[in-house]
Ligand binder design. Sequence first.
Ligand SMILES: [Fe+2]
Length: 419
Amino acid sequence: MSRNAMIEFGIPQRLYQGSGSIKKLPEILALEKWTRVMLVCGPTLYKTGVIAPIESMIKDSGAEYIVFTHIKPNPEIGPIEEEALPAFREFAPDVIIAVGGGSTLDTAKGIVISGDSGRPILDFTIDKLAQHDRLPHKTPPMIAIPTTAGTGSEVGANAVIGDENGLKLVIRHDAIVPAYALLDPDLLAGLPFSVAAATAMDTFVQALETLTNQNANDFTRTCSLRSLELVGEAIRSFVADPSHPVYADKMSRACMWAGFSLGLAGIGQDHVITHPMGEAPFDLPHGDACGMVLPAVIEYNGLACKDLYHQAYDALTGGHTAFSDFEVQQLIDWCVALNGDLHIAKDKSFEEWGYDGKETLELMMRHPIMKIAIALNEPQGQTEYPRRTGDAEYRKIIERVAIYSKAQAEAAKARLSEI
Ligand SMILES: [Fe+2]
């Protein structure tokens, strides 16, 4: 059950979801009288022409525009402060249009939050700025056009940006909720298998973790469960063929619903452990790390939230299992099978990604996000996760991640040898 007696929610943006949603762009620019545009997108999307129809719409609207394409897979403060912000301040756009995956949207959010403040992005991280705090400087509105169905950044107040040491910093503020989001499933058509798999897995894990977070409320649980239903119906078929209109639309919506929950309910231990896994020496893509960690986290939390896992299992499978017939192991098995089918983490074990159970475990435990999460779980703190999780418990969960991932890798090798 939720710890909170009061419900907080709101959707402070205009959303268009469905095939052809990007065609709303000229109408929005005209309605808002935005005539100076900074277009932020990844270099590959720009070079391969995916952006061309959007750029044409901006051009045809008569707007003046500049393009920023220096986006890294895990965005870092460096290029944003050295290149994007000077360009933003010189051009002074009315609006930033971000087209791409989570990294692109988070880069654009870094530009937005720093705005015309003249202050570094580091000044706006969650430890220094609360979500609803008023800012003394102007921040531009943003239009988010996602080209993956994953993190749900287009509907959220969160951004993750790395510092010069690769350490991931979190920003959470109302100013970076995009004013408009155009969720057009047609843009997902060209996703490579591994990207479709990892991003879809991120959506799934976010839906499940928001469902079981103790800050969840009626609104977020409704969103999380709807997301899980759509994931269950579409995730495998979508990853097999992201150009399929029905499955792409379902995953686009699954991502949107999980994104709403994420901003309000928060996540769980999976998203804590995946932070160090996304950095050296592992450098696992976020969605792959999410999938790899999930079975062990469910196993640990099962004691505390079997009822919610039961609801999740029924949503994913479209079934109506009697609670008395449900075991948490069924949900774990479902996730293990999904990891195998989606070839999560390239079917490689955590060990094969660089985990040694010794130095690298200590490295993970020293990560600032792990330390913050553990501090919140001290006896005097109020955990928002299903179960209180301290240093010893995180170590145990990580050990189990290594075991589960090894089994996935061995099963994949056995399958290959059968062919
Ligand atoms: Fe995530």
